[in-house]
Write a protein that binds this ligand. Structure first.
Ligand SMILES: [Ca+2]
Ligand SMILES: [Ca+2]
Length: 472
């Protein structure tokens, strides 16, 4: 029994397949944890993270594929390190006896990629997609492995997600491991130094455009696509990323999404910042999706892009006014402001909650939601005044509502710890969660964020660019 054969019906498993994904139960569910412990400092989600020590360290979990339709799997996790040595993350396909069949995914994270810069908050959220499980695959082994390090060498991982998605990554040479093969540009070059994943990225010190056209004419009309990438700058660089729809004559006939990233945002991040978004449905007659990056460099600066993902999903982003560029439109605000910011996660505006606490939410009507799971993704920024103590927490929740607006049950709860850098330099943290399947009678999802009162009057929390949609 396995992929490619008839498997017993056990119900559709569209939710996060990882057991104990945020290490709230210590290392329960994780096997063969070598030199791994859980810690309550540097938490990203909830109260604990897995921390791998100075020597070699590894941990894995074998995840049954039953009920996943043998779809490819979207992988996400967050890391922060001290003196990070070489690090690999693998998804291996196993047979029913847990014997290796083939490799679904292997990420290589170069030394120091996830080091805390300058303090405790420059964390990196990674995304990747496996290939389709081969015939006979019964388990996916998710394996994290750390090389021996030097000094205070620790790697902390949190909020691990492995979830079915409709297709593999459709981008060719998506991580620039072959330089600019399959990409079109006159101003971007190859880079083998500052990478997010693998041994190479692409870089520009003069700005300009970089694009790749991807055939989508074999997909259902009006499909939506998940789009993700990582971007890093030194000096002053801004980036605009788009997915455009092209007809058979390569004419642009529509825009699927646009992500506008201010230079100040990237300058303050001091590391790769990742983005995940979902396009509008493809325009009628669309034959290709064009991924287009437009970089602007002012003065001395370099900008790197790595790990570009485009995969078909089952809905568009269902959030109205997801990046607060249209003010409060679509949202209900309780003691929450919409602030103009030079360093928004996306665009110019963010939702801002002060130290006194506050909340905001949006009810998203859903059609035929029963049995389906949804992805939630957002950017979070926390300012914690020096000596202000842990004060940047925010609770993100998805609640299922019936057609009278009455709460049926909880679909997802993310406790964003927001381990903020004390002082004025703050980075964006990228959170992702997958809901449970929506229960019978679900007519809407309430996406809500609630921040308790903080101790320090200087602290605040900002949320920007909220994504909510179905992967399968
Ligand atoms: Ca790469
Ligand atoms: Ca925004």
């Amino acid at each position: 029994m396995g992929c490619g054969s008839i498997v017993p019906i056990i119900g559709h498993r569209c939710f996060n397949l990882v057991q104990n994904p945020s290490f709230e139960a210590g290392l329960a569910g994780w096997t063969a944890t070598d030199n791994v412990d859980t810690f309550g400092t540097s938490t990203f989600e909830g109260t604990q993270v897995a921390r791998m020590g100075i020597d070699v360290a590894s941990m894995f979990q074998d995840i049954p594929l039953a009920g996943t339709d043998c779809s490819p799997l979207l992988l996400s996790f967050n890391m922060v390190s001290q003196n990070q040595p070489k690090f690999t993350v693998e998804v291996l396909w196993l047979d029913s006896n847990h014997n290796y069949i083939s490799t679904g995914l292997r990420m290589y994270i170069c030394d120091e990629t996830t080091n805390s810069r300058p303090s405790d908050n420059s964390r990196v959220t990674f995304f990747d997609i496996t290939d389709a499980p081969p015939a006979g695959a019964v388990f996916a082994r998710l394996l994290f492995s750390k090389d021996i390090g030097f000094g205070e060498s620790t790697v902390s991982a949190d909020q691990v997600i492995l979830v079915p998605i409709s297709t593999i990554n459709l981008v060719k040479n998506y991580s620039f491991e072959l330089g600019l093969t399959n990409w079109t540009t006159t101003t971007f070059g190859s880079n083998f130094d500052t990478t997010l994943q693998g041994a190479a990225s692409t870089t520009t010190d003069s700005g300009g455009t970089l694009f790749q056209d991807i055939l989508i004419d074999n997909h259902p009309a009006n499909s939506s696509y998940l789009f993700s990438f990582g971007v890093h700058t030194e000096g002053d660089g801004a980036l605009n990323a788009k997915v455009l729809w092209l007809d058979a004559g390569d004419n642009i006939i529509g825009t699927g999404l646009e992500i506008d990233i201010p230079g100040d945002t990237l300058a303050l991040q001091q590391n790769y910042l990742t983005y995940l978004d979902i396009t509008d449905p493809a325009a009628l007659g669309a034959v290709k999706a064009r991924i287009l990056f437009e970089a602007v460099i002012l003065g001395d600066g370099t900008l790197n892009i790595d790990q570009v993902i485009l995969a078909r999903v089952s809905t568009d982003n269902l959030i109205q006014n997801p990046s607060f560029e249209d003010g409060a439109n679509g949202w209900t605000l309780v003691d929450t402001g919409i602030n103009a910011e030079n360093a928004a996660y996306e665009g110019q505006f963010v939702a801002h909650v002060t130290f006194t606490g506050g909340a905001f939410f949006q009810d998203v009507p859903l059609d035929g939601a029963e049995g389906h799971c949804y992805l939630l993704n957002y950017g979070l920024k926390v300012l914690r005044a020096s000596g202000g103590g842990v004060s940047g927490n925010i609770l993100a929740r998805v609640l299922w509502l019936d057609n009278n607006g009455v709460e049926i049950s909880l679909g997802l709860s993310i406790f964003s710890e927001g381990t903020a850098n004390p002082g004025s330099i703050t980075q964006w943290l990228v959170f992702t969660g997958i809901t449970e399947p929506a229960p019978p009678g679900t007519a809407a999802a309430r996406i809500q964020f609630t921040k308790p009162r903080s101790i320090s009057e200087e602290s605040f929390v900002q949320i920007d660019k909220v994504v909510f949609g179905r992967l399968t």
